[in-house]
Every structure is written in C-alpha cells, then in structure tokens.
Design a protein around this ligand. Structure first.
Ligand code: ADP
Length: 447
C-alpha cells in the first residue's frame, strides 16, 4: 500500500511526537521534528528524518509559534502537519493556516474544531444531535443577577467552568450564593490567564460520577466507527492519572446503547478524523461534557483492546482514504490500563525536572511503554511533566492489574522524582482492585 503522505511535520514534542513518528516510519512516511532550544537532545529530534529548531524554551516561542512551525514546514517541503495533543492541536487558526499553505492538517475540519472548542456551542450541538448533556446554563453567564437566577434553576452544588477550558483549569465549585459570586470572579481571572478568554458557564456539580469517554474515528466518506469507551475517573485536580478500558462500571447493554447513540450523532455531525466524546456517568445515566477533536493521551488503551493503530488510521483518513474497517469489524478483547508517570514528587506533586541518572523500562508480555526519556536525559522544566505512559494489557482486568503491578515494580527512573509510587499505592487499594471509584475517589483518599 502506498504511504498516505510522503513527509509529515510533527508539531509537538515528548512521547506523543515519538508515538506519531513510529506510525509514520512503519508506513514509510518521512518525518520532520520541530523543537525548542531546550529539546535539542530530545528523542523525537534524534529519531526524526529531519529536524528544525523553531525557538526558545518557552512554549509560546516554539511549540505554539505558528509562524515558525509553518516556516519549518515550508523549508522542509512537508505535505502534512500532525499537531499531536495539547499545544496547537485544537487551534482553529493553526488548522486553517496549515490548509491555506497547501498542506493537510491531520485533524478534523476547522469548522468542527471551532464548534467543539467552545464548550457551550459543543453542548448545544450535542443537544441538537440527541445526546444528553450535563444540566447547566444554555449560554455563558454575564452578570451576577443572571448567575444567581440560573443557580436557582440548576440547584447547588454548581460547577463554574471556562467556555474555552482545558486541562481542568478555571473550574470552581460553589455550594451557595456567596461562593458563587466569589468563585465566578476567580474563575474568570483564571480563564483569562489560561485561555485569553474570560467566558464562563455553569453546570450542576455531580457528586458521584465516573468519567467515561468514547473514542470515535470517521472518514471523508461518511463512515463512523466507535472504538469503545475508556474510564478515566481516577483524577487529581480534574486531570487524569490512571485510565482503563473497558470501564469496569458498564454493562454490555449500556455500552452498546452508548456506542450506538454516539455513532449516529457523529454521523449526523459530518465529522472526520479521530475524536473523543467525554461523559459523566452517574446512576445509569450519561451526560456529555465535551468533545476533544484530536488524538488523546490515553488513546493507547483503546489500541490495546481493539488491535487498531489509531495514529495510522488517523493518517489514512486525513489523506482521504476510507476506513479499512466498519463497526462490525471492531472486536473489543481483553483489558488495558494506562498509568501516567509524571516527573513529580508523588507526595506533594511538585514538578521534579532534572537529569535521569538511571533508566530501566519494564518489558515482557502485556507491557507497553510510550516514553521519550532515556539514561542521561534531562527533563526540562518548561513543559508538561509527563515522562512516560506505562500501559499493560491482559486477557481480563485482574490480569492487566497484576501485569501493571509487576511492571511498576520493574520500572527504574532515578535522578528525578516520579509518580511511580503513587501508582503502586493506587494498585494496593481495594476500591481500585475492584473498580469501585468515582472522579472524587483519588482526592478523597490521597494520604
Ligand atoms: P477540561 O476540558 O478542563 O479537562 P472537562 O469538562 O473535560 O474539563 O472536565 C474535566 C473533569 O472535571 C471531568 O473529567 C470531571 O472529573 C470534572 N467535571 C467536569 N464537569 C463536572 C460536573 N458537572 N460535575 C462534576 N465533575 C465535573
């Protein structure tokens, strides 16, 4: 089969850049790495066919510097750009500029990025497509009077969220009118600082939900396939720590109903590319929260249980080829778990950048390590603290858990602090062993 592209620029760094590069290499596509001056010795730079330094260590000077990235693509004769996750992956202007420059943006259309990038328009779109959403304000909130009146309708506790939010930032809980007025102000400041937009809205704050998300992939020819769900309920500060697929909470009937609703909705939406619909699940009901119009960090566990390489399929779909499988071809088999290993103190979660003095990755049947670090690698202080994704696969959940326990024990990353001990502690907990947890479990139980 001919490669879908001849040369791709990967506008990202770290493990995800490497993940994309691996798929490209296997498909015979040449790769261009871009990097900051802090990442000169990063594995994604060392393993790419070509590399271009695009700016200083700060993300805004490099991985968010659209003009430098486009120039790098231009001088290397790239025919497509993969944005990875984070950075510019959900930036409408970037997607448009890539296409305006005659290259393919590996992702959905700018139109879909735009409607899903604003959480209010995303929720309204989903309501129109027949998907239930978390009860909340139909529009952004502007005045204090409006907020107080809406709060009466929704009922406390209420979650204030940023309309352009991401990474759990800008979210505040309010239990009464006073807290609402105070936290609205704080949420606005945080939203403005993080997203350059102080738009906020409110939702009912669910007390015991699980975070369950559905992976989809769609092509240019109207085919939409659902690749099952992931349970990402174990979170700290609304950020995912440990993910598993399938969710231990869903019955096969619930799963099938959810998949079929999502598949129909995405077909109507006319979406193409990979995407994830995030839901809260409580008392047998699903409530849509948001849609991520890109690859996700935890796509790996879906790959393990379906045997489908999501990045390769994403590249095929972006090139205009129809999907090579249909819904009935998808078989979900076994169980997969991902532990996000961060360069952080496992007790107080302070970042722990620095030099890795000894590195030994686990192996053996059922173990996958997606990581860009190596012996002697210097973890820079400028970026996300994720240093490795440790993924295990077993014929069932108990086996995936026991392989994870064994793999964590084998994993050696010396010189910096990591969250390996946090995951070991997690796996020792009965609720995690039985799969009995909600999105609040981790914060409630942390020592
Ligand atoms: P972000 O885009 O910032 O990651 P999300 O809307 O995806 O924000 O929410 C992140 C997490 O915050 C969810 O996985 C969930 O744990 C929590 N959360 C979001 N909305 C609610 C809600 N209405 N009630 C309770 N928890 C929520």
């Amino acid at each position: 089969m001919n490669p879908p592209f001849s040369k791709i620029l990967i506008a990202n760094r770290g493990e995800i850049a490497l993940r994309i590069m691996r798929a490209c290499r296997e498909l015979g596509i040449k790769t261009v790495a871009v990097h900051s001056t802090a990442d000169t010795y990063s594995k994604h730079v060392l393993l790419a066919d070509e590399s271009v330094c695009i700016g200083g260590p700060s993300s805004k000077d490099s991985y968010l510097n659209i003009l430098s990235i486009l120039s790098a693509a231009d001088i290397t004769n790239t025919d497509a750009i993969h944005p990875g996750v984070g950075f510019l992956s959900e930036n409408v202007d970037f997607a448009k500029m890539v296409e305006d420059h005659g290259m393919t943006f590996i992702g959905p259309s700018p139109y879909h990025i735009q409607i899903m990038g604003d959480k209010i328009s995303a929720k309204q779109t989903m309501i129109g497509l027949g998907i239930p959403v978390v009860p909340g304000t139909p529009n952004g909130i502007t005045t204090e009077e409006d907020a107080l009146a809406q709060a009466q309708l929704i009922g406390y506790p209420i979650l204030i969220k940023a309309t352009s939010g991401g990474g759990g930032k800008g979210m505040k809980v309010a239990h009464n009118n006073e807290e609402l007025l105070l936290n609205m102000k704080l949420a606005r400041v945080e939203a403005k600082a993080n997203f350059g937009n102080d738009g906020i809205y409110m939702e009912r704050y669910l007390k015991q939900p699980r975070h369950i998300e559905v992976q989809i992939i769609a092509d240019h020819h109207g085919n939409v396939v659902c690749l099952g769900e992931r349970d990402c309920s174990l979170q700290r500060r609304h950020q995912k720590v440990f993910e598993e697929a399938p969710s231990p909470a869903l019955s096969s009937k619930e799963r099938e109903a959810l998949m079929s609703t999502v598949q129909k909705a995405i077909k109507k939406l006319g979406y193409r590319g990979v995407g994830t619909l995030e839901f809260l699940y409580e008392n047998g009901e699903f409530f849509f929260m948001e849609m991520n119009t890109r690859l996700q960090v935890e796509h790996t566990i879906t790959e393990m249980i379906t045997g489908i390489d999501l990045v390769k399929e994403q590249l095929f779909v972006a090139s205009g080829r129809p999907l090579s499988f249909l819904q009935d071809d998808v078989v979900i088999r076994g169980h997969a778990i991902e532990c996000r290993i961060n360069a952080e103190d496992p007790h107080n979660f302070m970042p722990s950048p620095g030099k890795i003095t000894t590195y030994h990755a686990p192996g053996g049947l059922g173990v996958r390590v997606d990581s860009h670090v190596y012996n002697g690698y210097l973890v820079p202080p400028h970026y996300d603290s994720l240093v490795s994704k440790l993924i295990t696969y077993g014929v069932d959940r108990p086996e995936a858990l026991s392989i994870m326990e064994r793999a964590l024990r084998e994993y050696v990353i010396d010189g910096i602090k990591t969250t390996i001990p946090l995951h070991q502690w997690l796996l020792s907990k009965e609720d995690v062993q039985t799969g009995d947890y909600t999105i609040h479990w981790l914060e409630k139980n942390l020592p």
